[in-house]
Design a protein around this ligand. Sequence first.
Ligand code: AMP
Ligand code: ZN
Length: 114
Amino acid sequence: MSDCLFCKIARGEIPANVAYEDDEMLAFHDINPVSPLHVLLIPKKHIASLLDLSRDDEALAGRMLARAGELARRLGYGQNGARFVFNAGRDGGQTVGHLHLHILGGRAHGWPPG
Ligand code: AMP
Ligand code: ZN
C-alpha cells in the first residue's frame, strides 16, 4: 500500500535499522523500544493485521514465526527467552496498520500485559 508506513520501510523509502531481511519479510529495530531488544518482523506484503490474515497467507505466517525464533536465538535471547507479540486492532493496541510481530528481549516481561 502506497501510504502505509511499514510498506514504505519494506520498500526502503523510509530508513530503518534492519536486523534481518529476505524476499518476503523484514525485521527492523523499533524506533521507540520498550525493551533492550525490540525488533519488529513484518511481511513485505501488505497485510493489515493478524485479524486480516487469510488462509493464502498461512505458509508465510508460519515462516515468520520460524524466522522470529531464529532471529531471537541469533541475537542471543535463546537462553533467557523473549516475548513475541502481535497487537491487532483497537483493543489489541495496534497503532500501525501493517502486520508486525514484536520481538522483545533483555528483561523479564510480566503477565498479564497492560
Ligand atoms: P503497534 O502499536 O503494535 O502497532 O506497534 C507499532 C510499533 O511501530 C511501535 O512500537 C512503534 O514504536 C513502531 N514504529 C513506528 N514508526 C516506526 C518507524 N518509523 N521505525 C521503526 N519503528 C516504528
Ligand atoms: Zn503496509
